[in-house]
Design a protein around this ligand. Sequence first.
Ligand code: 6PG
Length: 264
Amino acid sequence: MLCSYGHAGRHNTFCILNYLMDAKIETIETKIFSEVVADEIVASIGEAISERGRCSVSLAGGGTPGSVYRLLARPPRVSEIDWSKVSFYWGDERWVPNTNTQSNFKMVQETLLSHIPAPGPTVYPVDTSLKSPEDGARAYGDLVCEVEQTKPGEIPQLDIVLLGIGEDGHTASLFPGTSVVTAKGKMAYALKHPTDGSSRVTLSSEVLFSGKKIFFIVNGDTKAAMMKRVLKGSDPVEVIPARLYLGARGQVTFFLDSGAATQL
Ligand code: 6PG
């Protein structure tokens, strides 16, 4: 069921709010897209801290979130968050040194972490210096459970999970046709990128979609066709992993700029 509400955000610019299968779809004018998303993240971090004294965030990689991270790291937003109460995880990581240009840690370091005044957040990057991606995934899953004090047999429930969506429908490093999309039992997995064969580590779909708040951040008309399939199609998750949102435990919000929403 799709119902639309219009609401004026803090910028008094019209954003369209739809609801579909309990997911919120916020369509935002491209020119204020990153600002609206950054404001939502600030508000959600503040809400988590006031509710339980801390906030755990799984960060998205890739190209889209960088502009959002930069806004979080600058006035006014940088002083609106009590960073000392924030824990950062990475939803996925490329198996490269964290100084490599492909590294999601490096991207976050440059756009966000290096600009936050002390005392900053506590960061838990994937340790890509370990012997293998499999060792990295095992260690990462153990780390998340230890920090989040997860009971044996339970899945850690992070406060905020940020995700992008690729043109092929992947999210984090859950790629179409790979077994990790539906794998269960581990908190993180090692895998090889299906086309370029590069190694990656990803939090599991169970962890990612257990988040209390799951924010998909998608912009650009190159994503429009895929967003129509994600939100209005019926492909199984093995074909379009982003459709794992349908089984999410928490509240899912799709933040789409007008380009990504053109086919909805
Ligand atoms: C990565 C990301 C990946 C990304 C999508 C969308 O490591 O690349 O985790 O899932 O979010 O590929 O990337 P863009 O936002 O750059 O389109």
